[in-house]
Design a protein around this ligand. Sequence first.
Ligand code: NDP
Ligand code: 2IT
Length: 452
Amino acid sequence: MTTRDDSKTRLDALRVEIERRNPAQPEFHQAVHEVLETLAPVLAARPEYAEPGLVERLCEPERQIIFRVPWQDDQGRVHVNRGFRVEFNSALGPYKGGLRFHPSVNLGIVKFLGFEQVFKNALTGLGIGGGKGGSDFDPRGRSDAEVMRFCQSFMTELYRHIGEHTDVPAGDIGVGGREIGYLFGQYRRITNRWEAGVLTGKGTGWGGSAIRPEATGYGSVLFAAAMLRERGEDLEGQTAVVSGSGNVAVYTVEKLLALGANPVTCSDSSGYVVDDKGIDVDLLKQVKEVERGRISEYAERRGASARFVPGGRVWEVPGDIALPSATQNELGEDDAAALVRNGVKAVAEGANMPTTPDAVRLFQQAGVAFGPGKAANAGGVAVSALEMAQNHARTAWTPNRVEEELARIMNDIHTTCHETAARYGVPGDYVTGANIAGFERVADAMLAQGVI
Ligand code: NDP
Ligand code: 2IT
């Protein structure tokens, strides 16, 4: 019989081996560590999962693609970027996950995101495997024409690896509706196919799903609401601290306002805005989505209630709930200590892995409800899967129908994580609940499909 201690020893050895074989990929190590350290109880309880090689296969991407992306700027200068697509696991369906364009992108970052995506996609209960991609291209300050040429060059290599039944990319940091449009156009031109289901996040006039732009932010607020409900509370009147000011943050703010909460902050990599009257979502959209400006411009135009704090971190602002929605490792131990001191009750990760492991521990020790990204931000990829379903049926659902499905899926994910945590003796631990529930779904499919 395998005990929890045996399983833990084996998982620790595997982690050390993964770190040795994947040097200089700290974010990938962090994501793997955070999952492996929660799996010992399930390996001990379910002997079939202790099969040699199962967890090892889960931690090794099925395929990793790296390619050159040359493109010309408006002055005719040639730039050479690097493109990535890591096809991590297809046991539950085609690889599914976003593309990130940001100068910090490297193989380790794409692997951490792909690994998280496998568990997240499993939690949605929909038929999607996990993958992730992107480039170290920096879209900031680039003209539309430059972004278009970059996207066309990127797709000129990527097209051969993707397809509606193979691998279905979408957006992430630096990739939104504009980029998906250019990528889809180039895919259609090269393949001479109207294959709507090859990309998600398309415009609603040409195969995109209603509510996809809103889905990640709306979903993480619904997840926060579900965690509060579990404690006999609701969102009404709660002050919320939100980081980021991109796609996820904007629609997080919008949903918080719709549900009667009071979001008071937003940020970007230059600093944060705090608005005593609550964030004005129309002004935020105008500055960020229409003008593609900086968050400091919001404060300049909002009037006396708002101020911009250059270089500061939103976590010093008191709030009842926190929704980190910018990037990985943006909320560290000191930030968590400040939030706890200020009485935070719940944290829902809109971003992928924004909270460092020390900070997660601190929240859990303090009894704060902590919703990890692979559960809390799954609304985006869930609506992407609904977009694939609509594309396959050549139909388009109403916004109401998509929103109802999104709400149902987020509540189901919350219930699954909550019940799984209780079943394994760690009630209220959404991290363990999400990891084990996601693991069970992928592992069952992998076992059924043999050693591949
Ligand atoms: P956007 O590109 O729309 O916005 C990103 C925001 O995060 C910007 O405000 C940006 O500020 C800030 N940011 C990015 N990198 C850094 C950094 N290194 N340091 C400080 N701030 C940074 O991206 P999204 O809103 O789509 O993504 C935000 C997070 O949500 C990411 O972790 C992403 O993986 C995750 N996510 C996204 C989903 C989606 O559907 N889009 C789905 C699920 C998760 P600046 O402009 O200054 O860089
Ligand atoms: O991290 C994520 O879940 C996303 N960026 C969305 C992926 C998708 O395929 O919609």
